[in-house]
Design a binder for this molecule. Structure first.
Ligand code: SAH
Length: 264
């Protein structure tokens, strides 16, 4: 049965970043099985950030969680990155890695994999350093607020990226649509939105806890993106071969859209 909605307060209270990372961001599991979900998403992100026009000065990551994989290809094309998330513990976990602190998650296998996609596996240490330098701020945000970073006002960015966040943060389609309008305000007209969203998923679980997920189809996401003032430029569905007890996810949508010029 679909899980009851788990809102931002539940994330703040019970989302354990280290358990999340261990469960979903190892390149292979304890039986040595490859993490196809992650590898697929890394390939999509590489492809999307290679598209024409996906470059500029500033990038904002919305709902970053404790992860950096979504920034590995992105950091080659933007000068400054601001990462946003609702929960204190996820921002803290991300900072641990950024500051190279003891106990930080080991992203090396993932960084190496992305370097290999980009043509040079040997560059992983350089890439880590580049990313650590480029992430300038890690701030609190709430995607359900008109200004997600309220009371802070960020200058609109050249690009925003959001992976696996809105479908977790939004209780229904109306909230999802308005969250897209809210985060759309963080990007300049003419700037880009890069999204990775799971489709037809109602829950994911780890560490004996279940988190709800808004059930979405490709057209629902695309319509919401268009409705938030963007033109969809790239949209690709990859099926996720089930047989996974941790989630009922069936596919992943990778999408790039460009914010329309405002008509005022
Ligand atoms: N982007 C990461 C994390 C996804 S997990 C990844 O790709 O793995 C979902 C994230 O959404 C969590 O980090 C959670 O803290 C965040 N979140 C939940 N509700 C939110 C809200 N209302 N505003 C902003 N972030 C929220």
């Amino acid at each position: 049965a679909p899980a009851a909605f788990t809102g931002a307060d539940v994330y703040q209270r019970s989302f354990d970043p280290q358990e999340y990372l261990k469960e979903f961001y190892s390149l292979s599991d304890s039986q040595g099985q490859p993490n196809t979900f992650l590898m697929q998403n890394l390939r999509s992100l590489f492809k999307m950030f290679s598209l024409d026009g996906l470059r500029g000065d500033t990038l904002i990551d919305v709902g970053c969680g404790p992860t950096i994989y979504q920034l590995l290809s992105a950091c080659e094309h933007f000068q400054e990155i601001i990462a946003l998330d609702y929960t204190d513990q996820n921002r803290r976990e991300l900072e641990k890695w950024l500051k190279n602190e003891a106990g930080a998650f080991d992203w090396k296998p993932v960084v190496k994999y992305v370097c290999e996609l980009e043509g040079d596996r040997e560059k992983w240490a350089e890439k880590e350093e580049k990313l650590r330098k480029k992430v300038r701020q890690v701030l609190k945000c709430d995607v359900t607020k008109a200004n997600p970073t309220d009371p802070v006002s960020l200058p609109p960015a050249d690009c925003i990226v959001s992976t696996l966040c809105l479908e977790a943060a939004c209780k229904d389609l109306a909230t999802f649509r308005s969250a897209l309008r809210n985060i759309g305000g963080l990007v300049k007209p003419g700037g880009h939105l890069v999204m990775v969203t799971v489709l037809r998923e109602t829950y994911y679980a780890f560490n004996k806890q279940v988190f709800s997920c808004l059930y979405l189809e490709k057209n629902m996401v695309e319509e919401a993106v268009e409705g938030a003032g963007f033109d969809v430029k790239f949209s690709e569905v990859q099926t996720y071969l089930a047989g996974d007890i941790r989630t009922d996810c069936e596919a992943v949508l990778s999408l790039v859209a460009r914010r329309r010029a405002s008509i005022t």
